[in-house]
Design a protein around this ligand. Structure first.
Ligand SMILES: NC(=O)c1ccc[n+]([C@@H]2O[C@H](COP(=O)([O-])OP(=O)(O)OC[C@H]3O[C@@H](n4cnc5c(N)ncnc54)[C@H](O)[C@@H]3O)[C@@H](O)[C@H]2O)c1
Length: 143
């Protein structure tokens, strides 16, 4: 994947793998929207990355938040080329989990990705380019 000059959104980029993705993308001369539920951690990562990054706080399971991420990317940097659906929550749902815990896990780990793809993929098909990258665990397959 060519990343130089591309515009990327990385979710869950305030920490861990998402933050590492954001650093790697900026090192490769991409511009990045650093998105995280924890707006403060997103702001710290974006500040450290300098003028190639901007932070947006919010829950990426909320379609309005994803729409805002895309609008911010377009306004600040241009059309989105790469979407890293990395935010996720681990642990939890088992047979002893509540309906609410199951619903939250499905919202963040599944529907957030679906909603972002619905907003982005049609435009990518028209433009003839775009990458949707999901961070997923082998544990999901094993389960
Ligand atoms: N670390 C691992 O060993 C591992 C293994 C397999 C899969 N994963 C997956 O990789 C991804 C990143 O893992 P990590 O270890 O870097 O996690 P992490 O907990 O270090 O970071 C995840 C980030 O996502 C953010 N986040 C959580 N829910 C969010 C939401 N609804 N909206 C926006 N941001 C949200 C958190 O605030 C946090 O900053 C996750 O999807 C995780 O399930 C991690």
């Amino acid at each position: 994947m060519e990343i130089a000059g591309k515009v990327a959104i990385v979710t869950g980029a305030g920490a861990g793998i998402g933050a590492a993705l954001a650093y790697r993308l900026v090192a490769g001369d991409a511009r990045v929207v650093v998105a995280d539920l924890d707006g403060d951690s997103a702001a710290k990562v974006a500040a450290d990355l300098g003028d190639h990054a901007i932070a947006v706080g919010g829950d990426v399971a909320d379609e309005q938040v994803v729409a805002e991420l895309i609008a911010t990317a377009e306004r600040e940097f241009g059309p989105v080329d790469l979407y890293f659906a990395n935010a996720g929550i681990g642990g939890g749902p088992g047979l002893d989990s509540t309906e609410a815990q199951w619903a939250n896990t499905i919202e963040v780990n599944v529907m957030a990705h679906v909603r972002a793809a619905k907003l982005l993929v049609p435009g990518w098909l028209e433009r003839g380019s775009g990458y949707f990258v999901s961070t997923a665990s082998a544990a999901g397959l094993l389960t």
